[in-house]
Design a protein around this ligand. Structure first.
Ligand code: ZN
Ligand code: ZN
Length: 254
């Protein structure tokens, strides 16, 4: 399995995009950086699995459906927690901020342009050859973490998160999880801001990593805030030397 990081950061800045992970040509987790990363290839995307409704994770949904609408023959399927779906429908795709594409039919077929699907926490489902399990993250709004596998190997993506024992229980007991992708947003001296916004600093992630009992798991971090990028990269290199920092355009082979 090849996992492409289309957007790796916790904010937009110049050439930096926000959270967006491509697990196959037609399926993404989060929608932070579809258009600049994929260009024309966004026409192939039919499924978006959302972790939560914060703007940095959904920002390209309106632009993507707007661009692809005239070409699409099948709907864009958006999956997420009930509260995530409600937030996208009620606050963004609501005819005020952007058209309500779930009530507009495609030109090239009779289908509605967008379908929404609710995912219940702690359930599994199959999607295009992937086995996917979702469970609750620990963030300020309802957020889903994803375990994605194909042919018995895969990764766990926490999405935005603070301390969460469920991550370590899952990774420790399931050897099929080869890769952990999690987040670090702020330098450790900003721990008050990190705690109130439920994000990790290098220090809190280091404390969490003490619960990881396996040595054969590659750990990656993303969601670094662009206004603290240099100092965060330095602190992560100094205090978490085995952890790899993801950038836009990176790929992970699992
Ligand atoms: Zn975020
Ligand atoms: Zn968030």
């Amino acid at each position: 399995m090849e996992v492409k990081i289309l957007g790796a950061y916790g904010g937009r800045f110049k050439d930096l995009g926000t959270t967006c992970i491509q697990i196959s040509e037609d399926t993404l987790i989060d929608a932070g950086n579809i258009m600049r990363a994929l260009g024309e290839k966004c026409l192939s995307v039919n499924n978006i699995l959302l972790t939560h409704a914060h703007l940095d994770h959904i920002v390209d949904i309106p632009f993507m459906i707007d661009y692809t609408f005239r070409y699409r023959e099948q709907p864009l399927n958006i999956y997420g927690h009930r509260e995530t779906i409600d937030a996208v429908k009620d606050y963004i795709m609501n005819w005020n901020i952007w058209p309500e594409f779930s009530s507009i039919r495609l030109i090239n077929s009779g289908d509605y342009a967008v379908n929404y699907f609710e995912l219940l926490p702690e359930t599994s489902f199959h999607l295009n050859g992937f086995d996917i399990y979702v469970f609750p993250s620990n963030h300020t709004v309802p957020t889903l973490s994803y375990v994605v596998k194909r042919e018995g190997r895969g990764f766990l993506f926490t999405g935005d998160t603070f301390r969460n024992p469920a991550v370590w229980e899952l990774v420790n007991r399931d050897p099929e999880i080869r890769v952990l992708i999690t987040e670090v947003s702020y330098p450790s001296y900003m721990h008050n801001l990190a705690e109130v916004s439920k994000h990790h600093t290098p220090k809190t992630l280091a404390e969490e990593l003490e619960h990881l009992k396996r040595k054969d798991v590659d750990v990656y971090v993303m969601h670094l805030k662009p206004n603290s990028l240099k100092e965060l990269e330095e602190e992560i290199r100094d205090t978490l030397p085995t952890v790899k920092i993801l950038s836009d355009g990176d790929a992970i082979i699992i």
